[in-house]
Design a protein around this ligand. Structure first.
Ligand code: FES
Length: 105
């Protein structure tokens, strides 16, 4: 399993109810209910940039066609089989750390 990778300072994270892009546009970082969630920035519908979307009812909403994704499971509201990838992440020592995908298998 790959090691955690440092993404940014805690002070750079979005505020409650906001979403942004990180890691050169590869990640979508959201703060919902006081928790940080890290999703793949590429929407599974048609590759919209989730980090340019918004938070609505606790979900990340894609700016292209409005699909809404649960920040814990990545499941789309209208179709739980359609999922945005969720990355394991932790905020520690004032920094956000994310585990990249395991490409070894
Ligand atoms: S590209 Fe995201 S909803 Fe269509």
């Amino acid at each position: 399993m790959p090691d955690l990778v440092r993404i940014c300072l805690e002070s750079e994270l979005p505020r409650e109810g906001e979403v942004c892009e990180m890691a050169g546009g590869r990640l979508c970082v959201a703060r919902v209910g006081g928790e940080i969630a890290v999703l793949d920035n590429v929407c599974p519908h048609d590759e919209g940039p989730l980090g340019q979307g918004m938070i609505e009812d606790g979900r990340v909403v894609c700016p292209y066609h409005g699909w809404a994704f649960d920040v814990k499971t990545g499941a789309a509201l209208h179709d739980p089989e359609a999922k945005a990838h969720i990355y394991e992440s932790v905020v520690k020592d004032g920094e956000l750390w994310v585990r990249p995908p395991d490409r070894s298998s």
